[in-house]
Design a protein around this ligand. Structure first.
Ligand SMILES: *Cc1c(COP(=O)(O)O)cnc(C)c1O
Length: 341
């Protein structure tokens, strides 16, 4: 396998596939009124150790856009990192679904928002001519493969809350972040001040789907209608929800995330030893960003390796997934070494 293009290029993990097949058992109520959806929602409440509200949508763009829209009026603004997926890769979805809430971008080292930078945006203007800051959104793990520590999240969230802002987390790679930090999911979400989490399943091995988890249940009032209007209410909901059962059962999600992270570390270590290859960010999750000479990039592509170079901060982005093998990592390292030499 020569693909390091994206963790969503991987197939369905066996646990999720089994659970999907098991849910194909005759007739069941539609639109989420089925036992699989109830069970997964309960499992997620147990995982997060709190009585949260859970919704399932088809993809991360919808999860983020609809979650942010539920936190904003059209005259509000959302503070995000300049490399945030909501800013760079959602085609204006958050602005569209919120009827015009503006994204205010902030710079920050290693793909992270720092409290001072967030405060600067909040304090910049409070007059009626400026879109009123209402939400801060953090991406965990970040778009550049780093991970916020619990205290870093808490610092941003505390500041936001003190100013009357809500906190949203884009958790497309939340599993990788939890595996990397070795903490309970609650520690980097509601206990740190996060109000809503978009919990990514697709990149961790589901066929399709993300969960939107509201820790403050007052914020999810009418969210079901928002999903339906946006075309995100699955009629055969059980096939969206059931695969989560496979992922959650026996902590398969954590096992897969640890594996993907370990493959990224292995890759990073191998590349770091090659003259001419320069790691661009600390490797804390399942992505490696590396600066490679153009000739090496071209050579790799000629040999069939697949990866992107336009994402986030530039460089080659090499993503590991639940099914990345040590052999493929070592073969890639060997090819880089040969081409660079
Ligand atoms: C992949 C990804 C998403 C979700 O993207 P979709 O293609 O809409 O599912 C959201 N945020 C981040 C950081 C991502 O990497």
């Amino acid at each position: 396998m020569r693909s390091f293009a994206s963790d969503n290029n991987a197939g369905i993990c066996p646990e999720a596939l089994q659970a999907l097949l098991a849910a194909n058992a005759g007739h069941a109520p539609g639109y989420g009124d089925d036992e699989w959806t109830r069970r997964v929602s309960d499992r997620l409440r147990a995982l997060f150790e709190t009585d949260c509200d859970v919704y399932f949508v088809f993809n991360g763009t919808a999860a983020n856009s609809l979650a942010l829209a539920s936190l904003c009026q059209s005259y509000h603004s959302v503070i995000c990192h300049e490399l945030a997926h909501v800013e760079t890769d959602e085609c204006g979805g958050p602005e569209f679904f919120s009827n015009g809430s503006k994204l205010l971008t902030v710079r920050g080292a290693d793909g992270k928002l720092a409290p001072e930078a967030v405060l600067e945006v909040i304090a910049r203007r409070s007059d009626i001519h400026y879109p009123k800051p209402r939400v801060v959104t953090l991406t965990q793990a970040t778009e550049v493969g780093t991970v916020y520590r619990p205290a870093e999240i808490a610092a941003v969230a505390e500041l936001a809350r003190a100013r009357g802002l809500r906190v949203h987390m884009d958790g497309a790679r939340f599993c990788n972040a939890v595996a990397s930090l070795g903490v309970a999911p609650a520690e980097i979400t509601w206990r740190a001040g996060v109000d809503v989490l978009c919990f990514g399943g697709t990149k961790m091995g589901l066929p399709v789907g993300e969960a939107v988890v509201f820790f403050d249940r007052r914020l999810s009032e009418d969210f079901a209608w928002r999903c339906k209007q946006a075309g995100q209410l699955a009629s055969k909901m059980r096939f969206l929800s059931a695969p989560w059962l496979g992922l959650l059962e026996g902590d398969a999600w954590l096992r897969h995330a640890r594996h993907a992270n370990a493959m990224a570390r292995r890759l990073a270590q191998g590349l770091a030893a090659i003259p001419g290859a320069r790691l661009l960010f600390p490797v804390e999750a399942n992505g490696v960003f590396v600066d490679l000479p153009q000739a090496v990039q071209d050579g790799l592509r000629q040999r069939g390796w697949r990866f992107y170079t336009f994402i986030a901060a530039g460089g080659a982005r090499l993503m590991c997934s639940w099914d990345t093998t040590p052999e493929s990592v070592d073969a890639l390292i060997a090819d880089v070494k040969e081409l660079a030499g």
